[in-house]
Each structure stands twice: as structure tokens, then as C-alpha cells.
Design a protein around this ligand. Sequence first.
Ligand SMILES: *[C@@H]1O[C@H](CO)[C@@H](O)[C@H](O)[C@H]1NC(C)=O
Ligand SMILES: *[C@@H]1O[C@H](CO)[C@@H](O)[C@H](O)[C@H]1NC(C)=O
Ligand SMILES: *[C@@H]1O[C@H](CO)[C@@H](O)[C@H](O)[C@H]1NC(C)=O
Ligand SMILES: *[C@@H]1O[C@H](CO)[C@@H](O)[C@H](O)[C@H]1NC(C)=O
Ligand SMILES: *[C@@H]1O[C@H](CO)[C@@H](O)[C@H](O)[C@H]1NC(C)=O
Ligand SMILES: *[C@@H]1O[C@H](CO)[C@@H](O)[C@H](O)[C@H]1NC(C)=O
Length: 319
Amino acid sequence: MWSCITDFFTYETTKSVVVKSWTIGIINRVVQLLIITYFVGWVFLYEKAYQIRDTAIESSVMTKVKGFGVYNNRVMDVADYVTPTQGASVFCIITKMITTENQFQGYCPESETKYNCTHDSDCTKFLNKPGSNGIPTGRCVHFNSSLMMCEIQGWCPAEIDTITTSPMMEVENFTIFIKNSIRFPTFNYTKGNFLPTITDSYIKKCNFDLVNNTYCPIFRVGDVVRYAQQNFNILANKGGVIGIKIGWICDLDKSDDECNPSYSFTRLDAMSQKNAVSPGYNFRFAKYYKTENGTDYRTLVKAYAIRFDVLVNGNVRES
Ligand SMILES: *[C@@H]1O[C@H](CO)[C@@H](O)[C@H](O)[C@H]1NC(C)=O
Ligand SMILES: *[C@@H]1O[C@H](CO)[C@@H](O)[C@H](O)[C@H]1NC(C)=O
Ligand SMILES: *[C@@H]1O[C@H](CO)[C@@H](O)[C@H](O)[C@H]1NC(C)=O
Ligand SMILES: *[C@@H]1O[C@H](CO)[C@@H](O)[C@H](O)[C@H]1NC(C)=O
Ligand SMILES: *[C@@H]1O[C@H](CO)[C@@H](O)[C@H](O)[C@H]1NC(C)=O
Ligand SMILES: *[C@@H]1O[C@H](CO)[C@@H](O)[C@H](O)[C@H]1NC(C)=O
């Protein structure tokens, strides 16, 4: 008990040893210098770690596409080739369409060659499985005078999507106008991609490029595709997804003029380039009509499109 108390009321300190050696001395000072250089040079001067950061960007994006193309001897305008039409940050420009007109509900032969048959018995294996264009009925019917196909119930005639058509090449010259407003809530800092230096007359004729017009908010589709290192012909033929990234990386301790957007471009669906099973990007939609006697019919469109996703990210800091 007593020894415990005497042990407790003691004072201990470490004994320091001075080693007068040039080698150890130099190593000691070099290590100290490295640590100081790291803190002063990297942490304070370069990374400015003493500043407060905000990456929770609030952003709104509005887009508008302009241009006219010719497809199947028809002049196409924005309402024909842009979908959805609201001008959001994600939109598609249709480059190629396979249309199947006048489809009615009914019974008709399948159009894909894997459904060829000679007897009804060839078709029973498709029963109770989804077909390509409708529900198989298990009957074998004439597709034309020489070819027989399994029958389906659905929208008829079935779409034949193996035909090759050429894309609308004018898309390359279409322009995309992007309006982006951002706010960093921590600093209540707001800004838009229309910099004060952009005048009305400049915006009427400018096109973004990476050298002379880095802040012009109008982008030529062909340039965007090129900056994303893609081939326009291949992309227009198969479809794809291109990302337009807007980065706001600012030091608010500096003047407001130095907080500017930086644009970069990339292909987002890189996987579908390498993968041969489902290359590119396409989707289907239909336009519905009514006959005089009241039955519905429709025009089915399989659209190949270039989808643009405008992605905004930011990182601002202030002392
Ligand atoms: C379907 O077509 C292939 C090739 O054209 C042929 O070899 C096959 O025998 C046909 N199947 C039937 C059931 O007719
Ligand atoms: C029947 O359709 C097939 C496939 O589309 C085609 O190759 C063939 O020439 C057609 N036959 C006739 C007689 O039209
Ligand atoms: C795009 O515009 C350029 C110049 O304005 C023109 O030379 C070119 O033929 C156009 N491209 C297409 C596919 O229309
Ligand atoms: C944010 O800034 C705007 C003007 O720049 C001002 O009107 C508003 O009151 C500020 N909001 C807050 C929460 O400070
Ligand atoms: C940028 O401007 C210079 C001089 O006006 C011109 O030579 C150059 O081709 C331009 N670059 C681009 C990418 O437009
Ligand atoms: C309505 O008209 C279409 C063609 O115009 C025809 O195929 C269909 O059988 C008609 N339906 C009725 C209920 O008369």
C-alpha cells in the first residue's frame, strides 16, 4: 500500500543525449527541413489546406439544339430529332430511324430469320416465351410466297430492323447551346457559364473550341464528338452516349473573374464500344393514330441516337 503511494508521487523525465556527429546531425536537419517544406510548400501554399471547401454544388442546366437535317427526303427540325424535348441536361439527337408504318393489332408472321419454319411443330417451342415482336401463337404461316415464319399476335406487320439506312450526316453541324447556373451553398456563391465578357454579338456567331473560344456556350456536335475522341460516322450509325462535363474549380480568395467553367468531353458508354453484343445506343417509340372507324394504328420508330449528358461538378474554397 505504502509503496503504491510513493510510486505515485514521483516525477520522471527523459534524459536527452547530444550526439556530436556530422552524419547524424545532417540527417536530422534534412528530415526536419523536409517536414517543414512539406507543410509550408504543399499543404499551405499549394493545396491551401487551411481553406474551407465546398463540393456540394447546386446546379441547373438548360439545353437547346439548333439545325436542320434531311432524312428520307424530309426536312427534320428540332421537334423531329431531339428527345425528350424539355431541354434538360440529358437529351438525345436522333441520327438514324427505322420506321414501320401502319401497324394494327392482329396476327402476322415474325420477321426474324430464327423463326423460320415448315410445320406448326417447328413453332411450338416458342410458345409461352416472349417473341421478338409479339406473343407466339404456335402456328406456321407464309411470310411471302417462298418463306414461312411462325405467327405472332401483336402489332402487325412486324418490324424488320435489319435493313441498313444511312444516318443523317447534317447532325455534325448542329449546335448545342448550354445554359448552366451554379450555387455553392456554404459560401452563397452564384455564377453562370455566361461570363460577363460574353457579349450579345459574340454569342450570335461563336462556337466553342479548346483554344480561342473556351467560354463560348455553343457547341458544334461534330466538335464535341471529336473532343471526346470518337469517330462521328461510327457514332451516328450505332448511337452512343457522350458526356459534356462542366467543372467549376475556384479559389474564392482570388477575384471573381478567375472563377470560370472548364469544359471537357468524354464518351460515357465506353463499354458498348468493346462489346459486340449490344453496340451503341438505340430505343423505340411509337406515334398513335385512329382510323375513321375508330381502330388504333401506329407508326413504330426504332431510333439510333447520340445521347448527351451534361454533368456539372464543382470544388470551391475560401479562407
Ligand atoms: C431455317 O433456315 C435455315 C437456314 O436458312 C435452315 O437450315 C433451316 O432448316 C430452316 N428451318 C426450318 C424449320 O425450315
Ligand atoms: C421472302 O422474304 C425473304 C426475306 O425477306 C426474301 O429473302 C425472299 O426473297 C422473299 N421471297 C419472295 C418470293 O419475295
Ligand atoms: C457542315 O458545314 C460545313 C461548313 O458550313 C459544310 O462544308 C459541310 O458540308 C456541312 N456538313 C454536312 C454534313 O452538311
Ligand atoms: C445570398 O446572396 C444574395 C445576393 O448575392 C443575397 O440576396 C442573399 O440574401 C444571400 N443569402 C444568404 C442566405 O446569405
Ligand atoms: C485560334 O486563333 C488563331 C489566331 O487567330 C488561329 O490561327 C487558330 O487557328 C485558332 N484556333 C482555333 C482552334 O480556332
Ligand atoms: C377499320 O378499318 C381498318 C382499315 O381502315 C380495317 O382493317 C378494320 O377491319 C376496320 N375495323 C372495323 C371494326 O371495321
